[in-house]
Design a protein around this ligand. Structure first.
Ligand code: BGC
Length: 394
């Protein structure tokens, strides 16, 4: 319950500040908005544009509704869009927000390289931009809020190392890789974080990538689509494992790709050890939590997107107040989750580092699901015994 209580506390505080109206940190007061140029709505509220990539990948629905709820509760007007994983549509969605006079943009990009024109337009209009979860390669981006993406991969890689006991077992063990969308700046971070853990064992010959597909470009999954991941996995199983070669692990960068790979293994893998194959994931999507409970997926890296929204809201308030932004945002906050201020790791262009607030991801397995996800209030247990997202966050 701790995190949820902190969330409610943060919300309650935002509400009371907004209600007082006189506090300088109340963005809802409409008084002075730093570099923001958007118009103040007739009720005095400032407007925030929240651009999410798609509703077809589960987590963005959660992000969109957490952000919407929290900004509204703090007294802002919001415009929330989902762009169906279509970059042109995201560009026009953001252009509409600019035309609507938003005071600040929160953008989770579909393609981190493809928003240049619209980011320049926002910059020219003096609208501050927070890159949400995925970095956008444009210097008008003011700040980046995300989880530590490299650590997500590290946790997946370490999980495989421990599950196969690579330190002590002679092996060799067979493994395959599935990474994310090349258009998503996060995807190589996840992949490299994991491979850096596994590479020493590959070099030693204890881990063997039977397909030989080890480079990011060869194992990437356009748009993070489950179907695409499934078809590639089916091809690999047919080409390299149909003769009974044993598969021991499949590194999947997230849950949507893991879903596809798991399906392919269930339907097309010929070996006898199906139940023991180590499969990783990320996000805690409901379908994957079911697979984890049923023993079809081994783990997921959970990222509490409710907390990512809290950081985004507090950062947005500070930006709109014209406050100096640095690690005091963290030290002065009421957050009871970990977050670091990082000015080194992410750059929007060469030599132009983007100040980042990075939250800490966590490993969820069948054994700790109750403690990490249910006791914290992020999920509830449905009538069928599987985890569901509570009504208010879905
Ligand atoms: C997010 C992941 C998510 C993936 C696909 C990434 O940018 O960080 O949490 O699984 O996109 O939606």
């Amino acid at each position: 319950m701790k995190k949820v209580l902190a969330l409610s506390l943060a919300l309650a505080m935002s509400l009371s500040l907004a209600a007082c109206g006189g506090d300088s940190s109340s963005a809802a007061s409409g008084s002075g908005s730093g570099s923001a140029s958007g118009s103040v709505a007739s009720d005095g509220a400032q407007k925030v544009g929240i651009a999410m990539p798609t509703q077809s990948l589960e987590r963005w629905n959660r992000d969109g509704s957490y952000l919407d709820e929290q900004f509204k509760a703090a007294g802002y007007e919001t415009i929330v869009t989902y762009s169906d994983n279509d970059t042109n549509r995201q560009v026009s969605d953001i252009q509409n927000m600019i035309a609507e006079g938003v005071d600040l943009l929160v953008v989770a990009a579909i393609d981190g390289e493809a928003l240049n024109t619209v980011m320049n337009e926002a910059g020219e209009a003096g609208i501050p931009i927070i890159a949400y979860d995925r970095l956008i390669m444009n210097d008008n981006v003011s700040y980046y809020v995300s989880f530590d993406n490299y650590t997500v991969g590290t946790l997946q890689g370490q999980y495989i190392v421990e599950a196969l006991d690579l330190e002590n077992q002679a092996g060799p063990f067979n493994i395959e890789f599935t990474a994310g969308d090349p258009a998503d700046n996060n995807a190589p971070y996840f992949f490299n974080g994991a491979v850096d853990q596994l590479q020493p064992y590959i070099d030693e010959g204890k881990l063997v990538v039977v397909s030989g597909q080890t480079e990011f470009d060869a194992v990437a999954t356009a748009a993070w689509e489950s179907q695409t991941a499934m078809e590639r996995a089916q091809n690999i199983l047919a080409s390299y494992y149909a003769d009974g070669t044993q598969l021991d692990a499949w590194l999947c960068s997230n849950d949507s790709t893991s879903l596809g790979v798991t399906q392919a293994i269930q339907s097309d893998y010929a070996g006898a050890n199906k139940a023991d194959i180590v499969i990783t994931g990320q996000d805690g999507d409901v379908a994957n939590l079911k697979n984890i409970k049923d023993g079809l997926q081994s783990m997921t890296v959970y990222k509490a997107v409710a907390n990512e929204a809290v950081v985004t809201l507090d950062l947005a308030k500070a930006i709109l107040n014209g406050d100096t932004i640095d690690d005091t945002l963290i030290t002065n906050s009421a957050w009871d989750f970990e977050c670091t201020y990082d000015t080194e790791s992410y750059a929007t262009s060469e030599g132009h580092n983007c100040p980042s607030f990075l939250l800490v991801p966590d490993v969820v397995t069948a054994d700790n699901m109750q403690e990490k996800l249910v006791d914290t209030g992020y999920y509830t247990v449905g009538d069928d015994g599987y985890l569901v997202v509570p009504e208010s966050n879905s």
